[in-house]
Design a protein around this ligand. Structure first.
Ligand SMILES: Cc1cc2nc3c(=O)[nH]c(=O)nc-3n(C[C@H](O)[C@H](O)[C@H](O)COP(=O)(O)O)c2cc1C
Length: 233
């Protein structure tokens, strides 16, 4: 299985280790590509909207492309982020801002509809819900149909100080999820994804878009007709 891991932090703390624990327990021959943010994408969106007409016109296109290409190649996407102020890290959010044209409302990548994803977040003590949702919601709008969330309170500022009992609990939970993912079955495309896709196709048909380029893209993919991205090989 081809796996892309996107870490929303440069350091190898609890979120990194939980992500690696999961991936390293997935059975089979796995090809793993890892990115660390902001190391591998150290910019914020300027709001210039140049990407609406052409992704390559983004000033940070080359850095973004390396990450997006790896994600497109992957069967499984894994995102790790510490919970920062009840939300994902700013670097993780910057990645999503910088790839907003991949949302279903613009020019979604067909490959995203054929992947699974896991979102991982650790916090010191508060719920991780906000951080997990911040990432998972974005993935949903990219078209990823099967998204798992795993959040855990580690009661620590780094992995070394996490108590053995908490580490055992994490090992157990990640082993269970790794076993499931190791089956490498095609993702389930649920009603929510299908409905959102249908709504977005309707918007493009009605020319309710940010540029005519978007409608041309949907037409070219055949999505305004009968073609569906989750059915393509
Ligand atoms: C800027 C910042 C904001 C944080 N905000 C929260 C928070 O809202 N809730 C919480 O429980 N912990 C918070 N923490 C603690 C971290 O979420 C926690 O230590 C986490 O496990 C760190 O993950 P890491 O080791 O991968 O960096 C915050 C830490 C930092 C540095």
């Amino acid at each position: 299985m081809d796996i892309a891991i996107i870490h929303g932090q440069n350091h190898k703390g609890s979120s990194y280790h939980v992500g690696r624990l999961l991936v390293d327990q997935i059975p089979g021959e796995n090809e793993i590509t890892e990115f660390f943010l902001p190391r591998d994408l150290n910019h914020f969106c300027l709001g210039c909207y140049r990407c609406i007409e052409n992704d390559a016109d983004c000033p940070w296109y080359e850095q973004k492309k390396a990450i997006v290409d790896a994600m497109e190649r992957a069967d499984l996407l894994v995102f790790t982020t510490p919970t920062y102020c009840m939300a994902p890290s700013a670097s993780m959010k910057a990645l999503f801002d910088l790839t907003f044209t991949m949302w279903m409302s613009h020019r979604p990548r067909g490959s995203m509809f054929r992947k699974k994803a896991v979102v991982i977040s650790t916090s010191a003590g508060s719920p991780t819900t906000g951080a997990l949702k911040g990432v998972a919601q974005n993935l949903f709008y990219w078209g990823v149909p099967e998204i798992y969330r795993y959040g855990t309170r580690v009661e620590a500022m780094n992995w070394e100080s996490v108590k053995p009992k908490i580490k055992q609990k994490i090992e157990k939970a990640t082993a269970k999820l790794a076993k499931k993912l190791g089956k490498n079955t095609p993702p389930r495309v649920g009603i929510k994804t299908r409905f959102m896709f249908f709504m977005m196709a309707g918007m493009q048909k009605a020319n309710y878009n940010a540029s005519p380029i978007e409608k041309e893209y949907w037409q070219h993919e055949g999505w305004l007709g009968k073609a569906r991205p989750w059915k393509n090989a």
